[in-house]
Design a protein around this ligand. Structure first.
Ligand SMILES: [Zn+2]
Length: 244
C-alpha cells in the first residue's frame, strides 16, 4: 500500500523502554517551535543535534505519561539549556494534562533541585485553546495499573495540513479508533496476557489494519526483536514501521 500522506513526525528513537533509543518523537509546527513528544535521557544527544540544527525560539516537551523512558531526559534538557545555551535558556516549556504537571513539578523542583525559572508549564487544556494551536486534544487512555489511572494520554495534533494521532503507551485501541486522522502513530510493544500494558499484534492487529483503510498507520515502541519478528506481517498488511 502506498503512503497517503507525508510522514508528519520524526523520531529520536522508536524502541521500547529497554532499547538503546526509546520511543520519542518530534515535529516543528512552525519556524520558531520544536515539539518533542516525551524525552528519555538516552535520546538527549540526538535531541541536542536537532535543536542545534535549527535553533527554535520555543521548545516544548509534550508528556504522555511518567514512565522513565518518556520523561527521564527532561532535567538534563533543562540544565543544558540553562547552563550551556544562555540565549535560549528560557525556551523550555513542559506541556501535559494538569495532573501530570503536578508530578512533573515535584520531580523537577523538589527531587532534581531545578529552579522554577528553568521551565514553564502549560496545561494541554490551555495549549488547545491557543490560536492556531498544534494540539487539538488530549486523548486519555489506559496503560498500566491503578496508580496510573488518569495519568496516561495520547494526543491529536495539527501538523501543517495533517491531523496526526499519537497513542503514547496504551493497552487499548478503543480511545483512538473513532478519531479521524491522516496519520496514526501507534504503540505496538506486542505484549499479550490479561494484564498486558501494551497492545499486541495478535489481538489488536486486525483492528489496526481496518484503521489503515482511512489513514496511514505507523507502529512504534518496539524492541528490535519484536520489530524483526513482526516486520513482514505488519508491512505486508499495509502498515508502516516508524523509523528514526
Ligand atoms: Zn509506559
Amino acid at each position: 500500500m502506498s503512503k497517503k500522506f507525508k510522514k508528519a513526525l520524526h523520531f529520536l528513537g522508536t524502541g521500547d523502554a529497554f532499547s538503546r533509543h526509546p520511543n520519542n518523537a518530534y515535529f516543528r509546527p512552525d519556524e520558531d517551535t520544536l515539539v518533542f513528544i516525551d524525552f528519555d535521557a538516552r535520546n538527549f544527544m540526538r535531541a541536542k543535534r536537532e535543536i542545534e540544527r535549527k535553533v527554535p525560539k520555543r521548545i516544548y516537551v509534550l508528556i504522555t505519561h511518567m514512565h522513565n523512558d518518556h520523561v527521564s531526559g527532561i532535567p538534563t534538557l533543562a540544565e543544558w539549556l540553562r547552563y550551556k545555551c544562555p540565549d535560549y535558556s528560557d525556551s523550555l516549556c513542559i506541556c501535559a494534562p494538569e495532573k501530570i504537571l503536578v508530578y512533573m513539578a515535584k520531580e523537577l523542583f523538589e527531587y532534581r533541585n531545578l529552579s522554577d525559572d528553568m521551565v514553564t508549564f502549560v496545561t494541554t487544556d490551555a495549549m488547545c485553546r491557543e490560536e492556531k494551536s498544534w494540539l487539538i486534544s488530549a486523548v486519555p487512555t489506559v496503560h498500566v495499573g491503578e496508580h496510573f489511572e488518569g495519568l496516561c494520554y495520547g494526543y491529536l495534533l495539527s501538523i501543517g495540513y495533517l491531523r496526526v494521532l499519537y497513542s503514547g503507551d496504551t493497552r487499548s485501541l478503543d480511545p483512538f479508533l473513532p478519531i479521524s486522522c491522516d496519520e496514526f502513530y501507534c504503540d505496538m510493544s506486542n505484549f499479550s496476557g490479561p494484564d498486558r500494558p501494551h497492545l499486541s499484534w495478535e489481538l489488536d492487529g486486525e483492528a489496526l489494519v481496518r484503521k489503515a483503510d482511512d489513514c496511514d498507520v505507523y507502529v512504534m515502541h518496539m524492541s528490535r526483536e519484536v520489530r524483526e519478528a513482526l516486520r513482514e506481517e505488519i508491512e505486508g498488511a499495509g502498515l508502516f514501521i516508524a523509523k528514526v
